[in-house]
Ligand binder design. Structure first.
Ligand code: NAD
Length: 499
């Protein structure tokens, strides 16, 4: 379908495909339920998707299996796979605007973030794994007497990737780039909220030279399409990013089907800790930005700011200043730094969590417990940044993920208490420590239970920097060279030369 997007300058016509991407082309799914997709920008219907049922999932997995066995991708040299991934990165760069507008309309992030952060990250990720392809060597295990032994990493086969909407293409590419780099075929199920950008990215892969069938995209509802992939007997690896509840569902699907490998990257309730002597204003501003960026819809959001009582007033003031600069606006306007929340349901969930926090004794220092109305976009989903002070670490807002722009300030009286509070949730995704003392930094970072720790910064890193959590934030790491091994099986060969 073709859609004229609200007469806005960035885009005149946007092509949104309703079908699935199978065997190298957009294909209508016969008998599939049609599900409308609503843009949170203005509440309008963007288009609709063919929601894949189990029979369509069977079809997608069969195509991927056939491609794995006979398309030549798994059998290609690593260097040739790298050439395709790098070409794909080039095409992403050339189509950055179209991809960014699609993402922005689907889930409401500011167009400039979609283009300069998200799509740029996708391009970097594809290029990085493309360059890595032929740098990977295998292992010589024994070469003595009559023995010669080695091991090599074989592609696992068919990988299914189920991903969320907050960084729809970045999360997707963190999974599929390493999986494809080592020769797998992949079936992707994007979030129901962000189906179109994934179809566009897949089409560019084929243009780059990826053989038909190696990458498929099927859209649909999580409990139907996602579950069918999770339970599929011919899927070898299921890689997932999303909520803890869904992550656990995938572990269950695996246990109840073929015992496939599951890689869950889940939620978080990450903390910034300001220690004595740190620049309180810089630290609190960083924490606030990291709590509100992407409208707070970040698994690694700095949702808690843990600060000593004597520094707390200065920290709260700095956080409120940041909140004032990040007010909701039209995601398609280039000047907008804070866009729409992904859906009306998400706004309602955030409102309920803020109301609950206030009922449990938190003080509202910035923002409002109610949704924001953006002029001209009255039917859109908007919610301005909230700063809460005097949050009880044991309260729901102190422990549970909001997945919205809410910063909870927790006042403590010592470094030990700060660490105890930081570790006091079921999550363990990220943390930040602000201090100028190297011994303190080492002591505190060793005491934190988090997969990613930033010191005197937040959200820094590059493709070498593994990302993922501990505890109920999941296991396994995206990014980095080790991610390749999530999608391979080690084959060990011991030879007797004495024959
Ligand atoms: P979600 O778990 O609701 O959905 C994620 C994906 O799973 C979607 O494609 C959805 O359709 C599918 N799904 C939902 N229910 C399912 C079911 N019962 N069976 C099979 N599939 C199902 O998560 P979301 O709301 O899209 O994303 C927000 C969550 O993702 C937050 O908890 C956030 O912290 C987490 N997240 C984690 C990371 C990370 O790297 N750790 C990154 C981004 C987001």
């Amino acid at each position: 379908m073709s859609l004229r997007s609200a007469g806005h300058a960035p885009q005149s016509d946007l092509d949104l495909s309703e079908g699935a991407f199978l065997d190298g082309r957009i294909t209508a799914l016969e008998g599939a339920e049609s599900v409308p997709v609503t843009s949170p920008r203005d509440g309008s219907t963007l288009g609709s998707i063919d929601s894949a049922g189990p029979e369509h999932v069977d079809q997608a997995v069969a195509i991927a299996r056939r491609a794995f066995e006979s398309s030549g991708w798994a059998q290609a040299t690593a260097a040739n796979r790298g050439i395709v991934l790098k070409k794909w990165a080039d095409l992403v760069a050339q189509n950055a605007r179209d991809l960014a507008v699609t993402i922005s309309l689907e889930m409401g992030k500011p167009l400039m973030d979609a283009q300069n952060v998200e799509v740029a990250a996708v391009e970097r990720c594809l290029r990085w794994y493309g360059e890595l392809c032929d740098k990977v060597t295998h292992s010589l295990l024994a070469n003595e007497g009559s023995a010669f032994a080695y091991s090599f990493e074989a592609p696992a086969g068919v990988v299914a990737a189920v991903v969320p909407w907050n960084f729809p293409l970045t999360m997707l590419t963190w999974k599929i780039a390493p999986a494809l780099a080592v020769g797998n075929s992949v079936v992707v199920k994007p979030s129901e909220q962000t189906p179109f950008s994934a179809l566009k990215l897949a089409a560019l892969a084929v243009e780059a030279g990826l053989p038909n069938g190696v990458l498929g995209v099927i859209n649909g509802r999580g409990p139907v399409t996602g579950q069918a992939l999770g339970r599929h007997g011919d899927v070898d690896v299921l890689t997932f990013t999303g909520s803890p509840a869904t992550g656990r569902a995938f572990l269950k699907y695996s246990a109840e089907s073929n015992g496939k490998r599951v890689w869950p990257e889940l939620g978080g309730k990450s903390a910034t800790i300001i220690l004595p002597g740190a620049d309180v204003k810089a630290a609190a501003s960083s924490a606030a930005w990291a709590a509100f960026y992407n409208q707070g819809q970040m698994c690694s959001a700095s949702a808690r700011l843990i600060v000593l009582e004597e520094d707390a007033d200065e920290a709260v003031a700095a956080a409120c200043e940041v909140a004032a600069t990040m007010q909701p606006g039209d995601p398609l306007e280039e000047a907008t730094v804070f866009g729409a929340i992904a859906s009306a349901a998400s706004v309602a969930a955030i409102e309920a969590k803020v109301a609950d926090a206030l009922a449990q004794g938190a003080s509202l220092m910035a923002g409002s417990p109610d949704r924001t109305v953006v002029q001209g976009l009255e039917s859109g989903s908007y919610f301005a940044p909230v700063v809460l002070d005097h949050v009880d670490p044991a309260s729901r807002i102190g422990r549970e993920e909001v997945f919205g722009p809410v910063l909870s300030v927790i006042r403590v009286s010592s470094e030990e208490e700060a660490i105890e509070v930081a570790n006091g949730t079921r999550y363990g995704l990220a943390a930040a420590v602000w201090s100028n003392d190297i011994s303190t930094i080492h002591r505190v970072t060793r005491s934190l239970r988090a997969g990613v720790i930033w010191v005197n910064c937040y959200e820094e890193g590059d493709m070498r920097f593994p990302f993922g959590g501990v505890k109920e934030s999941g296991f396994g790491r995206d990014k980095g060279a080790d991610a390749l091994k999530k999608y391979t099986d080690t084959t060990s060969v011991w030879m007797n030369l004495d024959v």
